[in-house]
Design a protein around this ligand. Structure first.
Ligand code: AR6
Length: 351
């Protein structure tokens, strides 16, 4: 099951367990620790008293009390001292210990704040990388839904170089900062004109699922065939191929197993089974793209796969341009792509 990056107050999240960035006394403090204790009520502190503290890099579990989760897993992150004091090793251990504890307690969903990245001073980009690395490694072997909760977006940044590269790429590709979009609602056929800003504030599903960009602004998708070298015969064979059929064919061609593919795509196993068993399944655009990335398709192949699901890639929205940036750079790491999408306030792939 997948990893989800979300922006929310962790104390409001409904899931089996939330993780607390605690200190070694486990008796409460500031930051997320304070917020969790306030929301859970005094009974949480009572139970914490019975645990007699916790070492850095380790984790202990309690009930969730008034919180909407069953458990709180308290872990103690390292204080950042410049990086030369085993901080990374200890932070990795926080994630591993917490995930193992969640598994032992039968949790199917668990949410982490960015441990150590507040009062303890661990640089946020480095803290995020550790979180993503450890959680994805765990998810390769385990079925669980894991959230990373980013609370303080203004302090959140992917590496400055990547951010700047993508920003430049967007500037180069974006049609015109002040142009207006023509959107047609598929259901009603009605046309609406939206400004750039309005488009970016639309709900993702609304934007991705229910609207299509009129041909004047979209790139015309190629008609048939996936690889540019495909013969006419191959192309004709594929003309009626559905999204599911193309997906399964590509998985075979790439020599991947189904599980390798949906895990790399950050897609839930149940959703994959649905797509596998329904040849006419119409995925969300973010799902279709997640598979294209997992399969390491070229830009042309990606456009073909999207077209099977009724979508196109265009230069008139940031989401599409960011995807194009990563495919052009042959970076097919769905988690890195999601970090970048998140940094630019876009919908995320997979899940
Ligand atoms: N939901 C999600 N994330 C949050 C929330 C929230 N409600 N509040 C803060 N964060 P910190 P640490 C984020 O300082 O660095 C305490 O006093 C915050 O933006 O809470 O591990 C303990 O008792 C940051 O990114 O934890 C310890 O003494 C992240 O949570 C010490 O702080 C972690 O920030 C632990 O420091």
């Amino acid at each position: 099951m997948p990893l989800k990056l979300i922006r929310q107050d962790i104390t409001k999240l409904e899931c089996d367990a939330i993780v607390n960035a605690a200190n070694s006394t486990l008796l409460g403090g500031g930051g997320v620790d304070g917020a969790i204790h306030r929301a859970a009520g005094p009974a949480l502190l009572e139970e914490c008293r019975t645990l007699h503290g916790c070492n850095t890099g380790q984790a202990k579990i309690t009930g969730g009390y008034k919180l909407p989760c069953k458990y709180v897993i308290h872990t103690v992150g390292p204080v950042w001292q410049g990086g030369g004091h085993s901080e990374e090793k200890l932070l990795r251990s926080c994630y591993r210990s917490s995930l193992l504890l969640a598994r032992e307690n039968g949790c199917e969903s668990v949410a982490f704040p960015l441990i150590s990245s507040g009062v303890y001073g661990y640089p946020k980009d480095k803290a995020l990388k550790v979180a993503v690395d450890e959680i994805t490694a765990f998810l390769l072997e385990n079925e669980m839904l894991v959230y990373i909760v980013i609370y303080d977006k203004s302090a959140f940044r992917i590496s400055e170089k990547l951010f700047n590269d993508i920003a430049t790429f967007i500037d180069d590709k974006y049609v015109d900062e002040h142009f207006r979009f023509d959107f047609r609602n598929r259901a009603t056929g009605e046309s609406t004109v939206l400004s750039d800003t309005a488009m970016l504030s639309l709900d993702d599903d609304e934007l991705i699922g229910k609207t299509e960009i009129l041909p004047s602004f979209s790139e015309a998708p190629r008609a048939v065939g996936s690889a540019p070298s495909a013969s006419l015969d191959d192309a004709l064979k594929q003309i009626d191929e559905s999204f599911s059929e193309m997906l399964l064919r590509k998985i075979d061609e790439k020599g991947m197993t189904d599980a390798e593919c949906y895990k790399k795509a950050n897609i839930d196993r149940k959703l994959f089974s649905k797509i596998r068993s329904d040849l006419h399944y119409k995925p969300k655009k973010t799902t279709a793209l997640a598979f294209a990335i997992a399969l390491e398709l070229s830009l042309d192949e990606t456009k073909d796969m999207l077209m099977k699901a009724g979508y196109a890639l265009s230069h008139s929205n940031k989401f599409d341009i960011i995807i194009e940036y990563f495919i052009s750079n042959k970076n097919y790491n769905v988690f890195e792509i999601n970090e970048a999408l998140f940094a630019f306030d876009q919908a995320l792939l997979g899940v």
